[in-house]
Design a protein around this ligand. Structure first.
Ligand code: TXA
Ligand code: MG
Length: 342
């Protein structure tokens, strides 16, 4: 066991020294906290997989502080160039062909491509510059848990296993970046995020494949991470469509055990739920809902009395794609309507 430090952003130097000596440091981004290590130090990168309990064939995103840094280890094509100008720093990860020699197979999971991202967080960009190396950065959770949106989530999962956490408060977006594959003929969204397919198409002036491909265990998936169950809660999670809330609450009241509810403030008001136990507010709008989703799932994970959670699905708009995708995974695709007798 090592003692895990929590550093403020003013204590950046200590965090950078830890990275330079090959230790693990969790860093904030605009999406979720990442688990950082020197991307050019194979031993440090191996420790990332061990700390998370992550399968070794699931490759890591390499985080840079400046777009120019990418050409050290990947081939930047014209499409990537355009998207970097438009959306970096920001929640868009691009898969590019790797330049041989620089990155170990541990980073790329043996693929001939690499995922790159420039996060929109000043402290983390300073950390990357001070460390004088790009950083690998999977989400800083134990494999199978929701991604961390607060330093205390990281501490909960990884304390004793990592050198420290750079704490910059709650992350703004709350769901992981859009992953876009630019290494094949047609650009393809492998994981929906805040940057939508329409926003990518607007910049590239070409069609983007935005169907999320589901892969069986025996296939080689496009994004290896997609074959693993992301958040496998011990609780029963059900999605609730906007039209089903009245019935869902009647169902809830008929249960013997307490049921957790995660919903927006307008629904809390509409159904007069304010002040009740076992409610997690998703805030006032679609953006706050995305920012508070993972924290709410973690909140109920720790509530022994609660075995079932009902969570508001958002209207199927392009901007809600990432939220509904992550919620769908947590719920294993289940809707409360399956239990209602309409
Ligand atoms: O917002 C984010 O992207 C966060 C923050 C910390 O930057 N990071 C993150 O990393 O979510 P991670 O490792 O939890 O998810 C990265 C995803 C995985 O599904 C992985 O399989 C996929 O990207 N991926 C990484 N490299 C890839 C590659 N070369 N080809 C295809 N998919 C790749
Ligand atoms: Mg992750």
């Amino acid at each position: 066991m090592i003692e895990t430090k929590i550093w403020t952003v003013d204590e950046m130097d200590a965090a950078a020294r830890a990275i330079k000596r090959g230790a693990l440091v969790a860093f904030p981004t605009e999406t979720v906290y990442g688990l950082g290590a020197d991307a050019f130090n194979e031993e440090a990168v191996s420790k990332v997989y061990a700390a998370k309990g992550r399968p070794s064939d699931n490759p890591l995103i390499v985080h840079v502080a400046d777009p120019e840094q990418v050409s050290e280890f990947a081939i930047v094509n014209e499409q990537a160039q355009k998207l970097m100008s438009a959306y970096w720093p920001g929640p868009l990860t691009m898969i590019l062909p790797v330049k041989p020699g620089k990155l170990s197979l541990t980073v790329t999971g043996g693929l001939d491509t690499v995922a790159v991202r420039l996060p929109d967080n000043d402290a983390t960009r300073q950390l990357i510059r001070a460390s004088q190396t790009p950083l690998v950065g999977p989400s800083a959770n134990t494999s199978g848990k929701p991604s961390p949106t607060l330093a205390k989530h990281v501490y909960h999962d990884l304390h004793g296993k990592i050198a420290g956490i750079l704490d910059d408060g709650p992350t703004k977006i709350g769901v992981e970046s859009t992953v876009l594959d630019l290494s094949a003929n047609m650009p393809a969204v492998l994981r929906p995020g805040k940057i939508t397919p329409a926003q990518i198409e607007a910049v590239l002036q070409t069609t983007v494949d935005s169907e999320i491909h589901h892969v069986a265990d025996n296939e080689t998936p496009k994004a290896p991470g997609m074959k693993y169950r992301h958040y496998a809660p011990d609780k029963n999670v059900y999605m609730v469509a906007p039209k089903d809330w009245t019935q869902a609450i009647i169902w809830m009241q008929a249960q013997l055990e307490p049921v957790g509810l995660m919903l927006t403030n307008d629904l809390i008001r509409q159904h007069q739920l304010a002040g009740m136990d076992f409610i997690w507010s998703l805030g006032d709008n679609n953006e706050t809902a995305a920012a508070k989703l993972f924290a709410g799932l973690r909140y109920f994970d720790d509530k022994k009395d609660v075995q079932t959670i009902l969570v508001a699905a958002l209207p199927q708009l392009d901007v809600n794609g990432a939220y509904n995708n992550r919620l769908g995974k947590a719920a294993g695709g289940h809707w409360i309507s399956e239990l209602l007798n309409n």
